[in-house]
Design a protein around this ligand. Structure first.
Ligand code: HDD
Length: 695
């Protein structure tokens, strides 16, 4: 419909100023990318009020063109991620082992940026698939950026980088179908795994509850590869890096993770963002395991093999610092998306090992940034810049060069300084990065060392170190995944390999699939029994408070405000947070006539999003909610996911309908509110056999 022109070039609908805010000064006005002020950002330039649009409209073209190119290629792996700024503080000096200032200057705080990620899914996939989590930290040290690009699992699927493209092709959505997204439960992944016995140890971890974390604030981190520290005398010590979350390592239940994916695809991203925004800063301890070359040589496996770990019980972790994440990014794209982590970002005093997985990584990350960020100058993007120190050299030009170099010194050696000109930076033989003088020898070969050949002993160690519920979850996860595999020979091969891990595990998986147990595959090296390592468990490591945990209080009209207040006080007093759920977002009218505002509407706030629930209802409120499927599911799922369920006596009919049975985690709130806290701090593992058939 034609609009009546009010003044030349504008219409009643589009007249800037009528329907939206306009600039009040030159400082606040919108401009083109080249600085020309824009008078109307709502209407394109047309031949007459009804068009056509004119090619001359440089404002329209610039805006649309920029938009057309907003997306950059997502990361080939670890595309989905969330990040935060923070700091590292050293509490214990490693001066005997390294010259790196970040590891020797106690009390020094170093700025950092940490990005967590899933591996297989695309950038728009959900937060809670069963997957490894990336744990990449960029320390802006005074000696250059140090990137520790790790995972939440201390071992890896493969021993040699040359297999990485195959591994990733196999786990990503299948090439012909374009699905499944963010899932390892499909033919090609398990086909690869079955043919790659070295992946078995990592598979144990990936099928454990560690791969379905409750929160990014509750995952451990590992440098995975072995590195070296080098001291002032040039003596090298082998090192493995560890991050331990202050909130303990906590996980979801598998069917809960699946439901969370629908209820809140951004579950982890939101949790991290909100915690930091509320000043509840996530924190990790930073630790190292140190080995001399002789100690490493005496280990029953090769320290250069990334499919192996060194049990903490044998080589305890020495805690030397802490990381606190205390600031959310201002802009997701500029910071989180454009952050480029490079294992080659290393500082004097830290060095690589010959681990063939790490060696390949040293090429891959630098290379991938060229297709992702488009230019060799990606280090000039603010999030990637070396902030703790100046960076300067004679590298010049290239696409998107933002530095304006002065003078003509762009080569070395030069003697321009002798003529009074700026001769530019020079190498620093003393303080510069030096590679540890590690002896090398041998012929050029495409071979794997025999010391890499034992693929099953540590897989067995992991499985046998787990508690009974964790073993059951692991077996059930493999059953779930293999049930999604359509090729019988692939399932069978995995079963054959599992026998080498633990025959009872293989038997349980076979029973879960209702398939006969095949013959064991022939391992390259017969597995041995190792001393179980309790450090590999999660259960039993929850902290003894509600810190970091979220309790939902379900209310409806007529609920007793005094009970709500009591529960809130107890939960908050124990470090937890409270989220009020009501049938309507405007809140519920309490028994005393006051209105309690809701934080979330029932339909959009299922109990899978919380760690424990308190169902505080009047008889009338309960009668109403009995007719609401979301309320019944709220109670049923909380019980099914082994959470504490607090309730008022009037809510009992809803619990009965939801199949909530009495146990130590189902608490009548008329007893002391504190009675609710103990079960709310953990999950009710003893309840599990009542609610789920596990393998
Ligand atoms: Fe990798 C990204 C962790 C082996 C090649 N990797 C990437 C990220 C993490 C890891 C956390 C995301 C970084 C971010 O947040 O931007 N990768 C690991 C760990 C490995 C590992 C712990 C085993 C010890 N990776 C590995 C190998 C190769 C790669 C063997 C190739 C030979 N990884 C890449 C990559 C990525 C990447 C293709 C994709 C995006 C990026 O690098 O920047 O280069």
């Amino acid at each position: 419909m034609a609009k009546t022109p009010t003044t030349a070039g504008t219409t009643a609908l589009g007249d800037a100023g009528e329907l939206h805010q306009t600039a009040s000064s030159p400082e606040t006005r919108t401009t083109t990318n080249h600085g020309a002020p824009i008078s109307d950002n709502q209407n394109s330039l047309k031949a007459g009020p009804r068009g056509s649009t004119l090619l001359e409209d440089f404002i329209l073209r610039e805006k649309i063109q920029h938009f057309d190119h907003e997306r950059i290629p997502e990361r080939i792996v670890h595309a989905r991620g969330s990040a935060a700024h923070g700091f590292f503080e050293l509490t214990d000096s490693l001066a005997d082992y390294t010259t790196a200032k970040i590891l020797t200057e106690v009390g020094q705080k170093t700025e950092l940026f940490t990005r967590f990620s899933t591996v297989a899914g695309g950038a728009g996939s959900v937060d809670t698939p069963r997957d490894v989590r990336g744990f990449a930290v960029k320390f802006y040290t005074t000696e250059g950026n140090w990137d520790l690009v790790g995972n939440n699992i201390p071992v890896f699927f493969i021993q040699d980088a040359i297999k990485f493209p195959d591994l990733i092709h196999a786990v990503k959505m299948e090439a012909d179908k374009g699905y499944p997204q963010a899932a390892s439960a499909h033919d090609t992944f398990w086909d690869f795994i079955g043919l790659m016995p070295e992946s078995t140890h990592m598979i144990m971890w990936a099928m454990s509850d560690r791969a379905i974390p409750r929160s990014l604030r509750m995952i451990e981190g590992f440098g995975v590869n072995t590195f070296r520290l080098v001291n002032a005398e040039g003596v090298a010590t082998l090192v493995k890096f560890h991050w331990r979350p202050k909130l303990g390592t906590q996980s979801t239940c598998w069917d809960e993770a699946v439901k969370i994916a629908g209820a809140d695809p951004d579950y982890h991203r939101r949790d991290l963002y909100e915690a930091i925004a509320q000043g509840d800063f996530p924190e990790w301890e930073f630790g190292v395991q140190l080995f001399t070359q002789e100690e490493a040589d005496a280990l029953p496996f090769d320290i250069l093999d990334a499919t192996k770990l060194v049990p903490e019980e044998d080589y305890p972790i020495r805690v030397i610092g802490r990381m606190v994440l205390d600031r959310n990014p201002d802009n997701f794209f500029a910071e989180t998306e454009q952050a480029a982590f490079l294992p080659t970002n290393i500082v004097p005093g830290i060095d690589f090992s010959e681990d063939p997985l790490l060696q390949g990584r040293l090429f891959s990350y630098q290379d991938t940034q060229l297709s992702r960020l488009g230019t060799v100058n990606f280090h000039q993007i603010p999030i990637n810049q070396a902030k703790g120190c100046p960076f300067q050299n004679f590298q010049r030009d290239g696409q998107m060069q933002t530095q304006v170099f002065k003078g003509r010194a762009n080569y070395e050696p030069n003697s321009l300084a002798e003529a009074g000109e700026d001769g530019g930076p020079r190498e620093d033989p003393k303080g510069g990065f030096r590679t540890a003088p590690v002896p090398v020898e041998g012929e050029k070969v495409r071979l794997r060392a025999e010391s890499f050949a034992d693929h099953y002993s540590q897989a067995r160690l992991f499985f046998q170190s787990q508690t009974a519920p964790e073993q059951a979850h692991l077996a059930s996860a493999i059953v779930f995944e293999l049930s999604k595999v359509s090729l019988p020979h692939v399932r069978e091969r995995v079963l054959s390999n599992l026998i080498n891990v633990d025959e009872t595990l293989a038997q349980r998986v076979a029973e879960g699939l209702n398939l006969p147990l095949p013959k064991a595959s022939k391992p390259a090296v017969a597995p041995v029994d190792l001393e179980p390592s309790p450090a590999l468990r999660i259960i039993g490591k929850y902290p003894d408070t509600l810190k970091g945990r979220k309790v939902a209080i379900l209310v409806a009209d007529g609920s007793d405000g005094a009970v709500v207040a009591q529960v809130r006080k107890a939960v908050e007093g124990d470090g937890g947070s409270v989220f009020v759920v009501a049938p309507k977002i405007g809140g519920a009218k309490l028994a005393d006539g006051s209105t309690l505002a809701a934080d979330g509407q029932l339909a959009g706030s299922p109990s899978v999003l919380f760690d424990a629930v308190a169902i505080i209802l009047s008889a009338d409120g309960c009668a109403q909610l009995m007719k609401e499927g979301a309320a019944v599911d709220f109670a049923k799922d909380a019980f099914g996911h082994l959470k504490a369920v607090g309730f008022t006596a009037e809510a009992q009919p809803l619990l009965d309908k939801a199949g909530v049975e009495p146990d130590e985690g189902v608490i009548d709130l008329s007893s002391a509110a504190d009675a609710f806290l103990t079960p709310a701090r953990t999950r009710q593992w003893d309840r599990e056999p009542k609610v789920r058939m596990l393998a």
